[in-house]
Design a protein around this ligand. Structure first.
Ligand code: KIV
Ligand code: ZN
Length: 502
């Protein structure tokens, strides 16, 4: 098979760089669960851990090496024999093992971290790659803080490690310092100035300290890199790493970039939730691609546009990332179109509803609340039928007597098509008497298939919510009623359902 020059390799480091976030440590079992989900997602490489850092990390790399068969399993080391021995041991069972070794490349790191010289560091880099190569074939070398390193020295280092056997050269912007243009130029400089660069894949590893991680990674691949290191939800040291979901959806959305990869974007949302739950690290609501609000529309103008044609305000189909559909959030800024969308979803059809009246009452309710949920809409509809429905049945008065000394009896006055109608009935309890009195007026028996009463909060002064499933001639509708009076709430629910039968 011909090698695809535009193939992007997705290197996931959620379990290594991502797990470095304070408080986000995972157990080995959790890591395996995430590892399997990453395998299903289709990533090419999973960085499983930094084995020398702790016995737990070592064990996780061992277990991931056994459990994961398709992606390459990678283990991180510093440029020393002890780290490399430990990584090689942890990777023993891996089907496709990779050692990721490296050392600082910027003068800042060379001088202050290592108290060394460029020449000595270069020698250590080469030695580390050669030593790692004695264990496994696939060696990735990272030139730490490459973002701030001198490009000429960096090119020299990259050339030397490739000659020593590195198959991938990672150019990390460790401190998230670069601008996209600078970072892109750095990758291009290496492409053009490292003689043996065609013998290795260039990898980008960008941190998000200035919010540029994803932009820098894309600039990197546009200038010749073919591997992107990233994490789910963009988690990682400090402000985090490049977010995997962002890279994948940029490549999918901008087809003109002409890059290919193996990730199935439909699993992104699920995996984001899994990582967030296991790491106890909430995803910010406005996070691109996977945040709670990424496909939620709340302004009236946007809602109207999306309902007319999704693409007016959405560049990504939510189904492509595993979300069923966009969300139209009802707030005081929503218009009739958005309200009607939810009414229809809840079974209220346009032809029976007086939308202007409902909308007016909706606005009064929304002014006092941040967001209107389904229950609020049902409350709105089950409460005052006379103003919700065109020609609807509504209660003008209801009188009920019951107790130890009296057989339950209800008298009701209904308003229907401009006229009032009255009836009374006995029944097997006050609710039954009320339903029978209503049936006397409408002259038909409807079949109540389900009847549920719930309290909304608690306490004897609480509002009751009644829902009923009413059937007639093969059709069934659900009705909702609310009141502090259970009998009144039941009558409201019954009439709400009847009003849905045309
Ligand atoms: O940010 C970085 O430089 C790293 C390396 C260890 C690859 O995470
Ligand atoms: Zn990093």
């Amino acid at each position: 098979m011909l090698h695809d020059p535009n193939r992007i390799y997705i290197f996931d480091t959620t379990l290594r760089d991502g797990e470095q976030v304070p408080g986000c440590q995972l157990s080995t079992v959790e890591k395996i669960e995430i590892g399997k989900a990453l395998e299903k997602l289709g990533v090419d490489i999973i960085e499983a851990g930094f084995p020398i850092s702790s016995p737990g990390d070592f064990q996780s790399v061992v277990e991931l090496s056994k459990a994961i068969r398709e992606p390459v399993i990678c283990a991180l080391t510093r440029a020393n024999k002890g780290d490399i021995d430990c990584a090689a041991e942890a990777l023993k069972s891996a089907k496709r093992p990779r050692i990721h070794t490296g050392i600082g490349a910027s003068d800042n790191h060379i001088k202050y971290k290592f108290n060394s010289t460029r020449e000595a560091i270069l020698e250590r880099a080469v030695e580390a790659v050669k030593y790692a190569k004695s264990f496994v074939e696939d060696i990735e070398f990272y030139a730490e803080d490459a973002g701030r390193a001198d490009n000429v020295f960096l090119a020299k280092m990259v050339e030397a490690v490739i000659a020593a056997g590195a198959t991938v050269v990672n150019i990390p912007d460790t401190n998230g310092y670069c601008l996209p243009e600078q970072y892109g130029e750095k990758i291009l400089f290496l492409k053009e100035n490292v003689k043996n660069i065609d013998q290795a894949i260039i990898s980008v590893h960008c941190h998000n300290d200035l919010g540029l991680a994803t932009a820098n990674s894309i600039a990197g691949i546009q200038n010749g890199a073919r591997q992107v290191e990233c994490t789910i939800n963009g988690i990682g040291e400090r402000a985090g790493n490049t977010a995997l979901e962002e890279v994948v959806m940029i490549l999918k959305t901008h087809k003109s970039l002409n890059f290919t990869h193996k990730v199935n974007s439909k699993h992104l949302y699920e995996l984001s939730g899994m990582v967030s739950r296991m790491m106890r690290m909430p995803v910010q609501p406005n996070k691109a691609i996977v945040g709670k609000n990424a496909f939620a529309h709340s302004s009236g103008i946007h809602q109207d546009g999306v309902l007319k044609h999704r693409e007016t305000y959405e560049i990504i189909n939510p189904e492509d990332v595993g979300i069923d559909q966009s969300e139209i959030i009802l707030t005081a800024r929503s218009g009739r179109h958005a309200l009607n969308h939810h009414l229809e979803r809840l079974g209220y059809t346009m032809d029976r509803i007086d939308l202007d009246q409902v909308y007016e009452r909706f606005l009064t309710m929304a002014d006092g609340k941040k967001e209107i949920k389904d229950d609020d809409i049902l409350l709105l509809m089950g409460d005052r039928a006379e103003s919700n429905y065109k020609d609807g049945l509504s209660i003008k008065s209801l009188q009920v007597s019951c107790g130890d000394q009296a057989s339950p009896e209800a008298s009701i006055k209904l308003h229907y098509k401009g006229t009032d109608h009255e009836a009374s009935s006995n029944g097997n309890g006050p609710v039954d008497a009320t339903i029978k009195a209503i049936e006397k007026i409408i002259g038909r028996n409807f079949n109540i298939k389900e009847f549920n009463i719930h309290s909304i909060h608690s306490g004897s002064d609480d509002v009751s919510k009644v829902d009923m499933l009413v059937m007639n001639e093969g059709k069934s509708y659900k009705g909702y009623g609310f009141s502090t009076d259970i009998v009144r709430a039941s009558a409201n629910a019954y009439l709400d359902a009847l009003n849905k039968f045309v």
